[in-house]
Structures are given as structure tokens and as C-alpha cells.
Design a protein around this ligand. Structure first.
Ligand code: ZN
Length: 368
């Protein structure tokens, strides 16, 4: 259950909490996305970072485990070996991504009832729909699940976007109708980037018994200005006391803007992309550790950071050497630091909303 505890006097930012059987999630919350904790950051690291909630995807887990594996499993908490709240995605977006990953050999066919697909690499041909996604998510049994939607491919032709949005609404309604668990559930906003169609989608989804809404109206190249316009439409047309979840954050300044406009949960590829390219957040700056100036720099990444990497006093020189030699530890070290930074910043944001100091905090981070 979601509850708003504090509302900013200056904008639409709010602090709240989501109660789950695995504990409370304080919002705004950073959601850590992973398919396999062993492959990304391990549980000990995530505990040190104090991650509140992790997210995984029904389709990705189904590909690994198959119907039988999910059926015989004792649920997602045993699979992921994680004891705090978990949210699952419906799988629809990951299925559509198959086409992108291998346009010539993977096949996607969107039907009225669901999606047929062929994954060439895995030689896997199957069909996914609302009922299948729901069954997997109910059997995995995370705290929060996501309705099976049709991700809207942006088109200049408004009729095509309308058609996709209406199909998405039908799939999401079917998902809710088939649901028998008491898991919390998020819907997915349609309408692409057309203001009228977004409004239409909001009016429809607001009548359904969702606990909140995922806003992912840009599948590629998100435009922050347009997203803020979308959030304003959401604030005007969607229940205030429901969760608002956004994907695709491109910078810390954007994060502040989205939170000022009422966002309660977010996920982002940013810490990964930065770590992959040798970048970290340090204090209120972005540092590129590939630079030669760090060859002989014995200082740690961030003297005020309490992440495992900074506490172990790993130096910029050491990590510069690791990334130049393509040592995978270099990426993991940077990722650990970046995820810690973002999660800690989100905590600071919650505090600053309560103290009406969000504006000052945003200003301090104005360069990143
Ligand atoms: Zn650190």
C-alpha cells in the first residue's frame, strides 16, 4: 500500500512509503534493475548500498527457467537470493527488444490477443499474453508486479498510436481481470508523446484498480522537456495518491526535475553507462577516470563516500589502471560507487523534500 507522508510546498515533490510484506520502501525510491545478482553486484554489496527494492523481468526469468522451472520454484526470493522488496516487469518490452537485438533473425508478430515471437539464438518460438505474464508473475510472487501492456512505438500517424494504446488498455484490463493474488500492481501509460492520447490513456487507466503507473512514453532517446510536459498531464489527470514510476533518467538534474513533478520511483541505466565508460559521480562533479591525470593520483574516488570501494581506500590510480587494462573489476568498482552515490542522493532528496530544501540540493548538483 502506498501512502504520501509529506508534500512539498513549492512543487509536486512528495515523500511517501510503500508497505510490502518484505518491508517498507521509502519514496522517492531508486529501483535497482538486475536479472542475476551473481552477475552484477552481489547481495552483500547491495546491502551495503542499502538498496530498498530490486527489479527483474518476467520474460527474462522465464527464458532462463522455462515454465516448469517457474512452476517448481519456490518463488523469486529464493531464485534471486534477495530478501527485501522486488518488482517484476511484465516482459512485453523485453519481447519487443528481440527484434532490435537481431532484426534479421528474431521475429515478432503482434496479434490482437498477444505477441508471437521467435528468438533465433535460443531457437525459442512461443507466445506471450496478459494471462501468461500474470501467471509467471504470480508464481514468482514478488511484492509488486506490472501489467502486460503493448509498448507504443512512436508514429507520426495518430491513428496508429491510438490503435496501439487501445490494444494496450485491453491487455492491461485482461491482466487485472485474471489476477487472483493480492500483489500490488502497476499499469503502463499509453499515448506515446501525443498530449491528447496521453490524457485519454490516463482517464482510462485511472478507473482501473492499479496501485500506480509506469511512465515510459519514450522507448528511445527520451526528451526531458517533453517528459516533464507528460508528467504535468499525469498530475492533472491521474489520482494523486497512486505511485508514479519513471524509466529513462539521463542525468541527476533530470532526476530532480522529475521528482519535482511528482515521481515516486525511478530506474536508470545511467550508473552502468557511466561505469562502462570510466565515469563516476564524485561530490557534485562527474570525473572521467580514463584520463592520464589519474595515472599517479593516490586519492580515493570520493572522500565523503561510504561505499565499499571508497571505504577500502581504492585509489583513482588503481582504478585508472584497471579500466585501461580492461580488468572487469574496474567496472564493478565504478558501478558499486555509482549505485551507492545515486541511492544515497535519493535518500538526501527525500530528506530535503521534508525540510523544504530540495531547491538548494538541486543547485548543489547543478553540474551533473
Ligand atoms: Zn564510493
Amino acid at each position: 500500500m502506498f501512502q504520501i507522508l509529506y508534500k512539498s510546498k513549492n512543487n509536486n515533490a512528495r515523500v511517501g512509503k510503500i508497505e510490502t510484506s518484505k518491508g517498507i520502501i521509502e519514496t522517492p525510491a531508486f529501483v535497482f534493475k538486475t536479472y542475476n545478482l551473481q552477475k552484477s553486484l552481489n547481495e552483500e554489496t547491495l546491502k551495503n548500498i542499502n538498496i530498498q527494492i530490486i527489479k527483474t523481468d518476467a520474460f527474462e526469468l522465464w527464458k532462463i527457467l522455462s515454465d516448469e522451472g517457474i512452476n517448481f520454484s519456490t518463488g523469486i526470493y529464493d531464485i534471486l537470493k534477495w530478501q527485501k522488496p522486488i518488482i517484476t516487469d511484465s516482459g512485453s518490452l523485453e519481447i519487443l527488444k528481440l527484434k532490435e537485438n537481431n532484426p534479421k533473425k528474431n521475429i515478432i508478430e503482434i496479434l490482437n490477443s498477444g505477441i508471437n515471437f521467435f528468438d533465433y539464438q535460443k531457437r525459442l518460438e512461443d507466445y506471450f499474453d496478459s494471462e501468461k505474464s500474470l501467471k509467471i508473475q504470480e508464481e514468482l510472487n514478488p511484492n509488486i508486479i506490472t501489467a502486460f501492456d503493448l509498448p507504443i512505438e512512436w508514429s507520426e500517424n495518430k491513428n496508429i498510436v491510438l490503435e496501439q494504446t487501445e490494444k494496450s488498455h485491453i491487455w492491461q484490463t485482461r491482466f487485472l481481470e485474471a489476477k487472483t493474488s493480492n500483489q500490488q500492481v502497476l499499469g503502463v501509460l499509453g499515448g506515446g508523446i501525443d498530449n491528447n492520447l496521453i490524457e485519454l490513456s490516463l482517464r482510462f487507466l485511472n478507473k482501473l484498480s492499479f496501485d500506480g503507473l509506469i511512465i515510459n512514453n519514450f522507448l528511445k532517446n527520451p526528451d526531458a522537456e517533453k517528459l516533464i510536459q507528460i508528467l504535468k498531464i499525469v498530475n492533472q489527470n491521474y489520482s494523486e495518491n497512486k505511485i508514479k514510476y519513471i524509466k529513462n533518467i539521463q542525468s541527476i538534474q533530470e532526476l530532480f526535475l522529475f521528482i519535482e513533478n511528482g515521481i515516486d520511483m525511478f530506474e536508470t541505466e545511467l550508473p552502468y553507462k557511466m561505469a562502462k565508460n570510466g565515469f563516476i559521480w564524485s561530490l557534485n562533479q562527474i570525473i572521467n577516470l580514463n584520463k592520464n591525470e589519474y595515472n599517479n593520483d593516490n586519492s580515493i574516488l570520493d572522500e565523503f563516500c561510504d561505499c565499499l570501494i571508497c571505504k577500502q581506500e581504492k585509489t583513482k590510480q588503481e582504478i585508472n589502471w584497471q579500466i585501461k587494462n580492461k580488468n572487469p573489476e574496474g567496472f564493478k568498482n565504478l558501478l558499486t560507487h555509482n549505485i551507492y552515490f545515486l541511492n544515497k542522493l535519493t535518500q538526501e532528496i527525500r530528506e530535503s523534500i521534508k525540510e523544504n530544501k530540495l531547491k538548494e540540493l538541486k543547485k548543489y548538483y547543478s553540474q551533473i
